[in-house]
Write a protein that binds this ligand. Structure first.
Ligand SMILES: Nc1ncnc2c1ncn2[C@@H]1O[C@H](COP(=O)(O)OP(=O)(O)OP(=O)(O)O)[C@@H](O)[C@H]1O
Ligand SMILES: [Mg+2]
Length: 381
């Protein structure tokens, strides 16, 4: 697990990171990266390399293979260490703490963002390390089709693409939609603000009606920006006395998606079902959906009218690139001069592939304790 990477992280020096980067880069071309390549890449003599590789293997950051030829692959933990190193170097984090969450497709650690210009308070953040390649067969299958021979690279590719997709959409939605502020992204990892409060699934709300309205309001703003969460449920919503925050965005879709209506309906229905089962609050699904979609219709109307009357109107929907067309895998790699830089051709990850998986049953995730939360009395949201 990542604890391993964290424990050994402090012991790694720049030469170890250089070797890890060499293996990462080499895996684009080799299933098992041979010593000769690492020797070329790191310019370290074989004996020194051998010594350091032994340590990396012992610490389970890389794996050695001997047949049919000797070579190395990086593990997720080694990849975590590389991302962590990039964040530390860029001063996106100054300390890392405990694991605060683990999802089906990620592990989340608490960390600290140093204050800007050394003034102000340090900001509590989390690092989300994506793990898609390890767990989502559907995504990996799709990715394999793109990778062909380079199947061994598929988990890096899948996790990395998901993190990039999630970070991109978060930077677009923030701060219009109430989500944790995204700070940085490297490889398969994202640094974002620590969400306030606790998960809706683990909370007993004092004013559930108010929170339900807040959640639906956020869903409406999201939709008006041309985005549907596609995995919305009590497990991806934080509630605090200040309001709500929606997390977990890599599977988002746009209203152009062929199943957009169904997916939006599932999102809203998950939320309504939760509030009905736990608090007995009844809301009509169709009516709620109509309300969520109403702003888009209006802003289109508004645009039409204002076009006729000549003023600019309020354009709500954002134009954005839905997915990276091509990803340059060299971008995070430091000192790559010795390695022939082959651009990695990535194709658009079609939205369907990110369709949310079935929500786990309540029992699987439900904890035996619940926090009680009520809105701030002063809040007039
Ligand atoms: N910004 C955050 N602040 C605090 N905790 C967080 C944050 N992001 C994620 N978490 C915690 O980590 C867990 C997993 O995060 P997230 O839902 O983003 O990952 P996932 O692997 O996609 O999850 P899922 O199991 O829903 O597929 C969350 O349920 C939550 O407990
Ligand atoms: Mg989640």
């Amino acid at each position: 697990m990542i604890d391993e990477a964290l424990r050994v992280f402090k012991e790694l020096d720049s030469k170890d990171f250089r070797i890890l980067t060499g293996i990462e880069t080499g895996m684009k071309h080799f299933e098992w990266v041979p010593m000769e390549e690492l020797n070329k890449y790191t310019r370290m003599p074989f004996e020194k390399l051998e010594y350091r590789l032994k340590k990396l293997v012992r610490n389970k950051l890389v794996v050695r293979n001997t047949q049919p030829y000797e070579g190395f692959q990086i593990y997720f933990e080694g990849y975590d260490a590389l991302a962590l190193n990039a964040f530390v170097k860029r001063k996106s984090i100054s300390a890392i703490g405990d694991e605060v969450g683990v999802g089906k497709e990620s592990v989340i650690y608490e960390a600290i963002l140093p204050p800007e210009l050394a003034i102000g308070e340090p900001v509590p953040v989390v690092i989300k390390f994506h793990r898609e390649g390890r767990t989502s067969f559907k995504q990996i299958k799709r990715v394999r089709e793109h990778l062909g021979e380079r199947e061994h690279f598929s988990w890096i590719y899948a996790a990395r693409l998901a993190a990039q997709r999630e970070y991109n959409i978060m930077t677009i939605l923030y701060p219009r939609v109430s989500i944790p502020k995204p700070f940085d992204h490297n490889r398969h990892a994202i640094v974002m603000e620590l969400a306030k409060g606790s998960l809706l699934s683990k909370t007993k709300l004092i004013d559930p009606g108010w929170y339900l309205d807040e959640i639906l309001k956020q869903a409406k703003i999201t939709y008006s920006l041309g985005v549907i969460h596609a995995d919305l449920s009590e497990y991806n919503i934080f509630v605090s006395e200040d309001g709500v925050q929606l997390i977990d965005w890599p599977q988002y879709i746009t209203p152009e998606h062929p199943h957009a209506d169904e997916i939006l309906e599932r999102d809203v229905s998950n939320v309504l079902t939760h509030f009905f089962r736990k608090y007995g609050i009844k809301r009509e699904l169709d009516e709620t959906i109509r309300e969520i979609k109403s702003e888009v219709g209006k802003s289109l109307e508004g645009k039409k009218e204002s076009a006729e009357s000549g003023d600019g109107g309020t354009v709500e929907k954002l134009d954005f690139e839905e997915a990276p067309e091509e990803e340059d895998f060299e971008e995070d790699i430091i000192q790559e001069e010795d390695f022939e830089a082959e651009k990695f051709e990535a194709e658009i990850f079609e939205a369907e592939e990110f369709e949310a998986e079935e929500i786990e049953t309540e029992d699987l995730k439900k904890q035996d304790f619940e926090k009680t939360v009520s809105k701030k009395e002063t809040s007039d949201k």
